[in-house]
Ligand binder design. Structure first.
Ligand code: FES
Ligand code: MG
Length: 576
C-alpha cells in the first residue's frame, strides 16, 4: 500500500470507514482534483528551491512543469512544494549557515505530508547537499533534478567564467585598464542565462556528486539550464520518481559506502570544490555510512584529475557538456583500477556502470584519459598535526609547488574584518616566508564558515611579484579560488581549537607530502596559553543562530546538527 493512502484511503477502499480520510478527500476536491486523478497513485513531492532572488534557479519555476508532465505520464500524482532557497550570491553571512535549515525543512515536509516519493530541484552550492541530507533522513524514494550550469559568460567574444573573471576584470578596472563602459559590458556578460555557476565551483561539483552517487539520472548534471535537453531530463526524472516508489528504491539502498567512495573519486577527478569534503561527510552521516576526511585523502592519492575545467583547467561547464559530460569522464575514471564500483544500485534501477559504459568523449582536451591527465593525483589532501587535531584540507593542485613544504613565522588575524583593514600595512612585516593565519572564521566563529579562506596577498608583495603565500584558516574557500590555502582547520578557534593559541611570530610548518600541519611551539607553552585562553562571547543569544550554535558540529564532522546527524527513533505521523 502507498504511504499516501494513510491520508486518502485508496480507490478500492474509499475511506476505510475513517473520518480523516473523508476530510482529506474533500480537501482534494477543493483543490480541484477528481478522485481518479490521484487515488491509488504515487504522490510525488516536487521540492523546488526556485525564488525570485536566486538567479541560479530562475528557470526552476517553469521546469517543475516538465517534472509534473513526467509524473503524470508515468501514472503518478505531482505536488509542488516551494522550499527555502539558498542563494550563494545574496544570502548573508553565507548560505552555509542555512544548509541544515533546508535539510530539516526537506525532511519534515516529506515526513508530515501525504507523500510517497520526491523530486529534489536544486543546484546552487548548498541546495543539493541540503536536499539530499533531508531526503536521506526522510527515507522516501527520491532523486535530484540538477538545475544545470548557466551558459558561458561572454565579453566581446571572450568566454568569461563565474568567480574567476569577476575578480580579474575588477582588478583591470581598479588598475585603470578598463573604464565604466567596459565594466558594464562585463557586468552584463558574466552571468547571462539561468543556471548555476559554470566553473567547477561547488554547484557543478555537488550536482556531479549527486549523479555519481546514483541519485540523479545519468548525464543529467552537466546539461546547461537553458538547453531543451534540460526539459527532457526534468520530464524523465519525474517519470522515474514514480517508478522509484513502485520499486521501493529508497536512498539508503543507493547512497552506500561504495557510492560515497565513487562520489569522492568523481569530485577529485573533476578538480572539484573543497566544500564537497564537508557536504559528503554530512550526507554519509545521515545514513550512518562511515565516511571521513581520511577516505578523501586515500582516494585522492590514486585518482587523477581528468576534467580540464576552470579554475583548475581552461574550459567551462558548457564545454564539458559538449565534450561528453560526466558520463564521458566516468568512463575514463573507470579505467583507473579500483576507482569506481560498477555494480552498485542507482536511481535508474540499473547498475552504476550503465551511467558511463557507452559514453564517448568528443573533446579529449576537456575530458582527459588517465594516460594524459590534467594532474596524476587528485587535487585535495587532508592534513593533521598539533594545529589541526581534527584535520584540515588543502587543494594543493591549486597551490604553488614550492610552498607545499614550508616553515615560516605566523602573522595572526583574529577576524576577517581586522585582516581586510590591516593586510596592506607594511608594518606587519609580512614577507614571502610568512604564514598568514586567520581565525574566528569557522562554523561557530564565522558564523557559518564563510568562504574567507583565500586570504589576500599584501599589496607590497603583489607589487614585487609574489603571487602566493601559505595561508591557514578555519574558514572555507570558494570552489573558484586558488593558492596555498589550508582550510577547514578543526576544531576551529572559536571552539578552543589550537588555532586559538597561535601568536604572531610562532613558526608553523606545512608539509603536504607528509600531510602535516604543525605549530612549532613546545607543548608546555601551549598548555600555558590554553589555561589563559578565554572563550569568545557567543555570537547569538536568540533565533535560529542560537539553535545553530548549540548544535553545529565541526568541519571534519560535516557541520551537520548533532541531533540530525545521529540515528534514532523519529516516529512517523499517524494521519488517521
Ligand atoms: Fe549559485 Fe554560484 S551563485 S552556483
Ligand atoms: Mg561558490
Amino acid at each position: 500500500m502507498l504511504r499516501s493512502a494513510a491520508w486518502f484511503g485508496d480507490s478500492e477502499d474509499p475511506t476505510g470507514g475513517r473520518l480523516r480520510a473523508f476530510s482529506h478527500r474533500s480537501r482534494m476536491r477543493q483543490l480541484g482534483y477528481l478522485p481518479e486523478e490521484h487515488l491509488g497513485k504515487p504522490v510525488i513531492a516536487i521540492l523546488n528551491t526556485w525564488s525570485d532572488i536566486n538567479p541560479c534557479h530562475m528557470h526552476l519555476r517553469e521546469r517543475a512543469e516538465q517534472v509534473k508532465r513526467g509524473v503524470w505520464q508515468a501514472g503518478g500524482f505531482p505536488l509542488e512544494f516551494p522550499v527555502s532557497t539558498l542563494s550563494e550570491t545574496f544570502q548573508k553571512p553565507t548560505p552555509m549557515l542555512y544548509r541544515n535549515l533546508l535539510a530539516m525543512e526537506t525532511e519534515e515536509l516529506l515526513r508530515s505530508y501525504p507523500v510517497d516519493g520526491a523530486v529534489l530541484m536544486g543546484g546552487c552550492d548548498k541546495t543539493v547537499p541540503a536536499l539530499l541530507m533531508g531526503a536521506a533522513s526522510a527515507g522516501l524514494p527520491a532523486l535530484v533534478v540538477p538545475s544545470g550550469p548557466m551558459l558561458r559568460g561572454n565579453y566581446r567574444g571572450r568566454a568569461l567564467g563565474s568567480g574567476t573573471d569577476l575578480w580579474a576584470y575588477w582588478d583591470e578596472y581598479r588598475a585603470g585598464r578598463i573604464g565604466e563602459c567596459e565594466l558594464s559590458q562585463v557586468e552584463c556578460g558574466l552571468a547571462r542565462s539561468p543556471g548555476h555557476c559554470m566553473t567547477m565551483g561547488t554547484a557543478s561539483t555537488m550536482t556531479a556528486a549527486a549523479e555519481a552517487l546514483g541519485m540523479a539520472l545519468p548525464g543529467s548534471s552537466s546539461i546547461p539550464a537553458v538547453d531543451s535537453g534540460h526539459h527532457r531530463m526534468a520530464s524523465a526524472s519525474g517519470a522515474r520518481a514514480v517508478e522509484l516508489v513502485r520499486e521501493r528504491l529508497t536512498p539508503d539502498r543507493i547512497m552506500t559506502r561504495e557510492a560515497f567512495e565513487d562520489a569522492a573519486a568523481t569530485v577529485l577527478a573533476l578538480g572539484g570544490s573543497t566544500n564537497a569534503l564537508i557536504h559528503l561527510v554530512a550526507m554519509a552521516g545521515r545514513l550512518g555510512v562511515p565516511f571521513s576526511l581520511e577516505d578523501f585523502d586515500e582516494i585522492g592519492r590514486r585518482v587523477p584529475v581528468l576534467a580540464d575545467v576552470r579554475p583548475v583547467g581552461a574550459a567551462l561547464m558548457e564545454d564539458f557538456h559538449y565534450a561528453g559530460g560526466l558520463p564521458a569522464l566516468l568512463r575514463q575514471l573507470a579505467e583507473v583500477p579500483g576507482a569506481l564500483h560498477p555494480d552498485r544500485t542507482t536511481v535508474t534501477g540499473a547498475p552504476f556502470s550503465s551511467y558511463y559504459a557507452a559514453a564517448e568523449t568528443h573533446d579529449p582536451q576537456v575530458i582527459r584519459t588517465p594516460q594524459d591527465p590534467v594532474s596524476s593525483e587528485g587535487g585535495v589532501a587532508v592534513l593533521h598535526g598539533n594545529l589541526a587535531p581534527g584535520g584540515a584540507v588543502i587543494k594543493h593542485l591549486a597551490a604553488a609547488p614550492e610552498l607545499l613544504t614550508h616553515t615560516g613565522p605566523a602573522v595572526v588575524f583574529d577576524s576577517y574584518q581586522e585582516l581586510q583593514r590591516t593586510i596592506d600595512d607594511p608594518a606587519l612585516g609580512i614577507t614571502e616566508d610568512s604564514v598568514l593565519v586567520l581565525r574566528g572564521a569557522g562554523p561557530l566563529g564565522g558564523p557559518g564558515m564563510p568562504e574567507y579562506g583565500m586570504l589576500p596577498i599584501p599589496a607590497h608583495l603583489l607589487e614585487r611579484g609574489v603571487k602566493d603565500l601559505v595561508r591557514i584558516s578555519d574558514a572555507r574557500m570558494s570552489g573558484t579560488s586558488y593558492g596555498t590555502c589550508v582550510l577547514h582547520v578543526a576544531p576551529e578557534s572559536h571552539a578552543g581549537g589550537p588555532l586559538a593559541l597561535v601568536r604572531t611570530g610562532d613558526p608553523v610548518t606545512l608539509d603536504v607530502p607528509a600531510r602535516l600541519l604543525q605549530l612549532e611551539v613546545a607543548a608546555e607553552e601551549l598548555e600555558r596559553r590554553r589555561a589563559a585562553w578565554q572563550p569568545p562571547e557567543p555570537r547569538f543569544e536568540r533565533g535560529y543562530g542560537a539553535l545553530y550554535s548549540e548544535h553545529i558540529t565541526q568541519a571534519d564532522q560535516g557541520c551537520d546538527f548533532d541531533f540530525l546527524a545521529r540515528q534514532g527513533n523519529n516516529p512517523a505521523p499517524d494521519p488517521s
